[in-house]
Ligand binder design. Structure first.
Ligand SMILES: [Zn+2]
Length: 386
């Protein structure tokens, strides 16, 4: 159930996820937390096992592709425009239902599409957009890039996405080769920042990680071949790292929901293996790690919480993964002052669980314990939010 912009809502004796043994009375007014006060458990009433509730901030997924419907873009092109729109609305709904209240779309959705889905399909998902992605076809000098950037600025996107290296489509020995020249790369970042746009960089590793740090991008994505030295410099510069780990273990499984061919599965398996090391380096260096899934198909939208499991498999603690998905993710979006925390004055984007989310043995159990999802913003705020 989605509880959209509650005018007034109160929870008594509720637990806050991650704060053990304390109960709170929480009030929401006009879509924001208005008061949070610690309270004693009800004395005169017997305990009601199974009736306790927990609240966590809504999850923020920093890397989704909400407009994509197929792993291969060719397959998406075969679909009609109405079919696509319905599928995109379903992606919004599934994403919200699993407790993701804010998403940064890493390419493929236009702000105008987000507005349409929020308004006409009544899906109150907060989405920051990057519209198109700059990639190999755009690596034709600064003039071409300037024109492409102007087109993206015109869409109203808040982010510029740079495909700095290959991905699963590239042969292993070539995947770290830069797509752009260093001059083109730093031009994009400079030009984006001059227009008050933030920059996220798809890079599997190599020299484009160094370029990203030097140019001052907001976040690097995937980064499985990150080195220990680069992790140190990412931490020092405050550049965020959104590893999107689970998608590679899903893609590596030939029998999994993506069912990819053996060559791609093999590349994904190598990526997944490298990722666990990259997370280790990043954690040790104190890099700001943000939660992102890179989910892009109907079989994956709505299962975003799986990323928590994979990050924990790779060595992060439960408290760290929740922080990556809430407070830190909000800060990476530049919204740390109103999103990502159960705190007075903050937007009431939240998940209500009927079991302690910090005790869930996996994402599936966690997902099934969701009672409702609250989104604080009004529709008019959401359609201006990109
Ligand atoms: Zn992506």
């Amino acid at each position: 159930m989605i509880n959209k912009h509650p005018e007034a809502l109160a929870f008594n004796h509720i637990f806050i996820a991650g704060i053990e043994g304390k109960r709170f009375d929480i009030n929401i007014k006009d879509g924001r937390f208005s008061s949070i006060a610690e309270t004693e458990p009800p004395k005169d009433q017997p305990a009601h096992p199974g009736q306790d509730l927990w609240i966590s901030p809504g999850v923020i997924d920093l890397h989704t592709h909400l407009a994509w419907t197929d792993f291969d873009h060719e397959d998406q092109l075969k679909r009609g425009s109405h079919e696509l729109e319905v599928m995109q609305a379903e992606a919004f709904e599934a994403t919200l239902r699993t407790g993701v209240t804010t998403a940064r779309d890493a390419g493929g959705i236009l702000p105008s599409t987000v507005r349409h889905l929020v308004q006409h399909y009544q899906q109150p998902l907060r989405v920051q957009t990057s519209s198109a992605m700059l990639g190999a076809a755009d690596a034709r000098g600064l003039k071409v890039l300037e024109g492409r950037l102007a087109e993206i600025f015109d869409t109203g996107a808040g982010w510029i996405k740079i495909m700095a290296t290959g991905g699963l489509g590239a042969p292993t020995e070539k995947v770290l080769e830069p797509i752009f020249s260093e001059e083109e790369f730093s031009f994009i970042v400079r030009h984006a920042h001059a227009h008050h746009k933030k920059v996220l960089v798809h890079t599997w590793g190599g020299v484009t990680v160094d370029w990203s740090i030097a140019a001052g991008v907001e976040s690097i994505e995937h980064g499985m071949f990150l080195t220990g030295d680069q992790a140190g410099r990412l931490a020092e510069s405050g550049t965020a790292f959104v590893p999107t780990t689970s998608i590679y273990s899903i893609a590596a499984d030939p029998k999994g929901v993506l069912a990819l061919n053996p060559v791609i599965c093999d590349r994904a398996a190598r990526a997944a293996e490298a990722h666990s090391k990259a997370i280790g380096y990043a954690k040790k260096a104190g890099v700001r790690i943000g939660f992102g899934t890179d989910y892009a198909t109907p079989a994956l939208h709505g299962y975003n919480l799986q990323e928590l499991d994979t990050l924990m498999d790779y060595g992060m603690t439960r408290a760290e993964v929740w922080q990556a998905a809430t407070k830190t993710a909000a800060e990476i979006l530049g919204s740390g002052n109103e999103l990502g925390r159960i705190s007075s004055g903050y937007l009431a984007d939240a998940i209500i669980f009927n079991a302690d989310p910090y005790q869930a043995s996996n994402a599936e159990e966690l997902r099934k314990s969701i009672v409702s999802v609250i989104t604080g913003a009004e529709e008019s705020e959401l359609i201006q939010a990109q």
